[in-house]
Design a protein around this ligand. Structure first.
Ligand code: CMP
Length: 151
């Protein structure tokens, strides 16, 4: 199976009507959407998602922000999907993110940075399992799939 990564559009991305723009960028890279849902995160799930940041000075603000409105959860699949999505997203701090990346083009700062994506294949496995049952991730073929495969 090709590499998969977890992506979440944060409340600022949904609130600023940027969902289509964000998804378009993963699609045009040739990644395949295999899971999609929308939810307002409850505090418990947000704490589990961001467990590695417990105790950091920005943790309380991060929880408040991420639970403040609707978010979109997605799983994208393709060659080197984890790194591809991280490059498309740009640096965590939007003021340092390259122009041409989602955060460089639209983001405000380190908190209002529009998207979250897994930082490794292992993290992707953990994050996908937090939001999706295996039965909610889809396998299907696309007519241009052979152009987008590595081999
Ligand atoms: P994300 O990719 O969702 O992963 C952890 C999040 O914590 C990160 O994006 C930022 O939104 C947030 N974050 C990381 N560092 C800081 C910081 N120094 N100040 C505020 N928020 C931060």
């Amino acid at each position: 199976m090709a590499e998969r990564t977890f992506v979440m559009i944060k409340p600022d991305g949904v609130g600023r009507r940027l969902c289509g723009e964000i998804m378009r960028r993963y699609e045009r890279k040739g990644l395949r959407l295999v899971g999609l849902k929308m939810s307002i995160l409850d505090r418990g799930l947000a704490e589990r998602h961001y467990a590695e940041h417990v105790g950091k000075p920005f943790f309380a603000g991060l929880l408040e922000f991420i639970t403040s409105g609707p978010t979109i959860q997605m799983v994208w699949e393709g060659p080197d999907a984890v790194n591809a999505v991280r490059k498309i997203n740009g640096a965590t701090n939007c003021q340092q993110a390259d122009i041409g990346s989602i955060r460089g083009d639209f983001g405000i700062n380190t908190q209002k940075n529009l998207v979250h994506a897994s930082d490794s294949v292992e993290t992707a496995r953990r994050e996908m399992a937090l939001y999706f049952a295996d039965s909610e991730l889809w396998d299907y073929t696309m007519p241009d799939g052979h152009w987008l495969a590595e081999a």
